[in-house]
Design a binder for this molecule. Structure first.
Ligand code: T5A
Length: 214
């Protein structure tokens, strides 16, 4: 019995958390046991590293940043993802290793082949059955992400939101290049409609790629 692993990717404010939550709900309604996870996070080590990684007041060299994301990911894979898949659960993860390729590779300028080797070390053969890339205009995404941060009353400096628009444009290009290189695994959904429309579109993609969900 093996489950399915679905990762949701995209830049800030693309709607990943919204889609991940609603997709998980629909899969549960269809009778599946579903585990929702986020990266970095969803383990004690991962959540501690998330706090450190998002804190814009602490300087991190790009390679340090990449190692910390991979460390959080390895914990997630061995402690949560593999056991869940072995029990036949569906796992929906909000970001996975493509985020490191896009942010630390295309965004920070680290060597992409080196990062791919790091993903292999962190994840081994645990790779997504399907990756949905939510593609959005960086200006729209950043605006949405910042309004959420403001709405939550967060005043702390966010390492990645502070980088601004040209950083996000490079990352978007990176995600699209990764998707072009792996068309069987990654499906790009252009985020133009409201959240419900995007979720419907994601459900159609899941059924096309992984079979009917009910
Ligand atoms: N990172 C992460 C790396 O650099 N390398 C890595 O390897 C990894 C894993 C993580 C940060 O770490 C970086 C990337 C990130 O900067 P995070 O808090 O997890 O930090 O950041 P995000 O994933 O970017 O979280 P966001 O909340 O900003 O973006 P989401 O999840 O894409 O957006 P969501 O769903 O929260 O929606 C944002 C707002 O838009 C609305 C929602 O209601 C919400 O208000 N919305 C829509 N509005 C209109 N139309 C739609 N279709 C909408 N969909 C959502």
């Amino acid at each position: 019995m093996t489950g399915k692993l679905i990762s949701i990717e995209g830049i800030e404010g693309a709607g990943k958390s919204t889609v991940a939550g609603q997709l998980a709900d629909r899969l549960r309604e269809a009778g599946h046991s579903v585990l929702e996870l986020r990266e970095p996070g969803s383990t004690p080590v991962g959540e501690s590293l998330r706090t450190l990684l998002k804190d814009g007041t602490i300087h991190l060299a790009p390679l340090t940043e990449a190692f910390l994301f991979e460390a959080a990911r390895h914990e997630l894979v061995v402690r949560r993802i593999r056991p869940a898949l072995a029990e036949g659960q569906w796992v929906v993860v909000d970001r996975f290793y493509d985020s490191t390729t896009a942010y630390q590779g295309w965004g920070r300028g680290l060597d992409v082949e080196m990062l791919c080797r790091m993903h292999m070390d962190a994840c081994g053969e645990t790779t997504p059955d399907l990756t949905i890339l939510l593609d959005i205009d960086p200006a729209v995404g950043l605006d949405r992400a910042r309004s959420v941060t403001r709405g939550q009353g967060v005043t702390a400096r966010d390492r990645f939101e502070e980088e601004g628009i040209s950083f996000l444009k490079r990352i978007r290009e990176g995600f699209l290049a990764i998707a072009r290189a792996e068309p069987n695994r990654i499906v790009v959904i252009s985020v133009t409609g409201d959240a419900d429309e995007v979720v419907q579109c994601c459900l159609r993609v899941v059924e096309e790629k992984l079979g009917r969900i009910d």
